[in-house]
Design a protein around this ligand. Structure first.
Ligand code: SAJ
Length: 439
């Protein structure tokens, strides 16, 4: 592992003090705060005026306790003025979304737009680092040409690198301060400058990659690895439902093996801006070069089928009490794609709500982390009058709040636990028909 920690690169870093961060979301905001904490003069650039206003008042637009504290302690200026943010920056970090459209086709529009605005304002000698998750080839095929068309010579008067973001929303242990990073560049200088920058803000390993393509591939591989492992246990859950085996118990049993096993757990679906999205970037790019990622596609199909499977489980359980889904009041507990955060991107809850409505159910929603998107204000009010419920997010408020007492007096007949997070014994004692995912 060659480290580039040495006087010369650090010296260059010392001269590179002005940092611009494009995109002040889950990735860019913590990064801007961290660079400020480590002594850089940071300007944030975003087109969301409300977000800019919050940040300039030292208020985090993202629900994250630690980030809110850090922003108050290490504030930086945010602006919608690209020239003001970018023209004097020594280092420009691009942290814009890389979503997929409703046909799961990658949308590199934000990356292209950010690259163009950077190329039109960046000064000669600037270091541009793309943190957004992209498939191998994007830096060479999309980003680099934009700078060359703007008159820059990569490796001479502009340096372009890729350091895939690794933010895990809601994680208090692994944060932008200590998550190891990988970085690739088009040239040795770009690589050395980038490694030096990350070594100055991250207390963890910074691994220089063979080229920018390998750096792009790392993140896609990380997240595809997670997606296929989740698909594996989701398929097991559907198999074990017919074999009457408790999948969660089996996985916890397998996890007692101290080596060569990494537990993943079945659920009502795979949400978020990373896991359900990133594999499509590789699938689509490889297809252009003639390779068909059959395995990645099957994993995506399995995970995408889980919200519908969850609604089927509710339908079957309501049949037991002779209730059709059509016309029955159902409450969906949880909108966020994972526990204790307020992010609904690609959330399985959205697909579940859509399917329930298509079946004629009267749907209500309650998520304590998203009050503005909830029909009800409390868990008790949410359950009132509902015959069926789907727990779609394992928020701590549901795990603690769905007590035997509350359920007994709620009138609820059926509860589908989309995150297998509730205690089966308590559910049984409450008299509610309980069904988990593979459990
Ligand atoms: N999920 C399952 N079963 C599992 C794990 C997750 O169904 O065993 C579901 C979750 O409910 C959620 C989705 O998958 O809907 C994604 O969950 P996640 O825990 O992977 O959360 P993310 O999307 O925030 O993933 C981030 C990723 N971090 C980055 O991309 C930088 C991912 O690489 C991390 O592995 C993940 O956090 C993590 O490990 O927590």
């Amino acid at each position: 592992m060659t480290s580039l920690k040495n006087g010369t690169t650090a010296a260059r870093t010392e001269k590179r003090k002005k940092v611009a961060v494009i995109g002040l979301g889950y990735v860019g905001l913590p990064l801007a705060v961290r660079a400020t904490e480590r002594g850089y003069l940071v300007t944030g650039y975003d087109q969301d005026k409300q977000k800019i206003d919050h940040i300039n008042k030292k208020v985090s637009p993202i629900e994250d306790r630690r980030l809110s504290e850090d922003l108050r302690q290490f504030p930086f200026q945010a602006t919608a003025d690209a020239k003001k943010a970018l023209s004097d920056a020594d280092i420009i970090l691009i942290c814009v979304p890389t979503p997929v459209d409703e046909m799961y086709h990658p949308d590199l529009g934000p990356v292209e737009a950010a690259s163009r605005v950077t190329a039109s304002h960046a000064k000669k000698g600037a270091l541009v680092i793309l943190e957004s998750t992209v498939n191998p080839g994007v830096s060479e095929e999309i980003v680099r040409p934009i700078f060359e068309e703007a008159g820059f010579t990569v490796g001479k008067d502009i340096f372009i690198s890729h350091c895939p973001e690794r933010i895990n929303p809601g994680d208090e242990k692994w944060t932008v301060k200590n998550i190891p990073r990988v970085v690739g560049s088009f040239d040795k200088t770009g690589l050395a400058l980038s490694v030096a920058f990350y070594e100055s803000i991250v207390d963890g390993e910074i691994r220089p990659m063979k080229s920018i393509r390998e750096a792009e591939a790392v993140k896609i591989v990380e997240n595809s690895f997670r997606d296929i492992n989740i698909a594996f246990v989701n398929e097991l859950a559907r198999s074990f439902d017919v074999l009457d085996i408790d999948t969660k118990d089996v996985i916890l049993g397998a996890a007692t093996k101290p080596f060569s096993f990494m537990p993943h757990f079945p659920s009502c679906g795979v949400g978020g801006h990373c896991i359900p999205v990133d594999p499509y970037y590789l699938i689509e790019r490889a297809k252009k070069s003639g390779f068909d990622h059959r395995f990645l596609k099957i994993a995506r199909e399995i995970n995408n089928s889980m919200p519908d499977y969850t609604v089927e489980l509710l339908q079957d359980a309501l049949n037991v009490v002779k209730l059709p889904l059509n016309g029955t009041k159902v409450v969906v507990l949880g909108l966020a794609y994972k526990a204790n955060i307020d992010d609904i991107r690609e959330s399985p809850s959205l697909r579940i709500i859509d399917r329930l409505r298509k079946h004629g159910a009267k749907v209500e929603v309650f998520d304590p982390h998203l009050p503005a998107s909830s029909n009800k204000k409390t868990l008790e009010a949410a359950l009132k009058g509902a015959s069926g419920a789907i727990l779609a997010t394992d928020h701590r408020e549901f795990i603690q709040g769905l007590t035997e007492e509350l359920l007994k007096h709620s009138g609820l007949l059926v509860l589908i636990d989309g995150k297998n997070c509730l205690d089966k014994k308590i559910m049984k004692r409450s008299g509610v028909i309980y069904k988990g995912i593979g459990r």
